[in-house]
Design a protein around this ligand. Structure first.
Ligand code: NAI
Length: 214
């Protein structure tokens, strides 16, 4: 799947979510026009995006919802199952661990690790918080591909490097710091504050526009 812009890839989860809703409502097929109205993007954008992967649509028929849903799922790798661990069982780690929808998308939480002895043994959705010292052994016994980092910023770079040595292939990084890891390690950063800054920018723009109108 080389050569496809990351902007297109970023849009696919949204298509996937809409198609999921359509499937839940027993919609069998949809035209790019209808889908575009629902998603508030142009029909040509939808056609262009999906043409990157061979189209999936048929002239005069539109898209078969189930087929398109499955194909986008395959493109996103959601037809596979991945074990995921969480490093840092504090506020954010626990909130993540409590989120049940990951399994629906093929991501199985298999372990939660922390250094705080008071948290060890606590169960979140049936999964026990383990001492970080058990991490290497755990990964040897249970294949894990993805680690979510929800530990303090100062501990994150070292932990990420250690995880890579233990064979982790992808890091879901919630810590507000850039990780410098080998190129073949996939890092996805999730920073709520950056999203809030984006919101702030848009809010400022709307407020300035309203001010000008007065
Ligand atoms: P917290 O203090 O509640 O939890 C951190 C946990 O990490 C604690 O339980 C601590 O014992 C554990 N820990 C410390 N060193 C460790 C190590 N070496 N190995 C394993 N566990 C270790 O903090 P909170 O609020 O849960 O935040 C965690 C991280 O997530 C912070 O870096 C914070 O900046 C970040 N964060 C990111 C957000 C985002 O939008 N991406 C939102 C909120 C927090």
């Amino acid at each position: 799947m080389k050569g496809i812009s990351s902007a297109v890839i970023r849009r696919l989860p949204r298509y996937y979510r809409y198609l999921d809703e359509l499937l839940e409502n027993d919609v069998v097929r949809i035209s790019s026009k209808e889908l575009s109205e629902k998603m508030n993007v142009t029909a040509s954008q939808i056609r262009q995006d999906l043409n990157n992967f061979g189209g999936f649509g048929q002239q005069g028929y539109g898209y078969n919802v189930e087929y398109l849903y499955k194909e986008i799922g395959k493109i996103l790798g959601l037809d596979k199952k991945y074990n995921l661990i969480i490093i840092g069982a504090g506020n954010l780690g626990q909130a993540l661990a409590n989120y049940t929808d990951f399994e629906r998308r093929g991501f199985y939480l298999s372990g939660i690790f922390d250094v705080n002895p008071r948290l060890i043994g606590m169960k979140i959705r049936g999964i026990e918080v383990r001492l970080i010292d058990e991490l290497e052994e755990f990964i040897k016994k249970n294949p894990v591909y993805i680690a979510a980092l929800t530990l303090p910023k100062t501990k994150a770079p070292q932990m990420a490097a250690q995880l890579v040595r233990f064979g982790i292939q992808a890091i879901w990084n919630f810590v507000p710091t850039d990780l410098h890891l080998p190129k073949d390690i996939v890092v996805e950063n999730v920073h709520l504050v950056e999203s809030l800054m984006h919101l702030s920018y848009n809010l400022k723009a709307v407020q300035e526009e309203n001010q000008e109108k007065k």
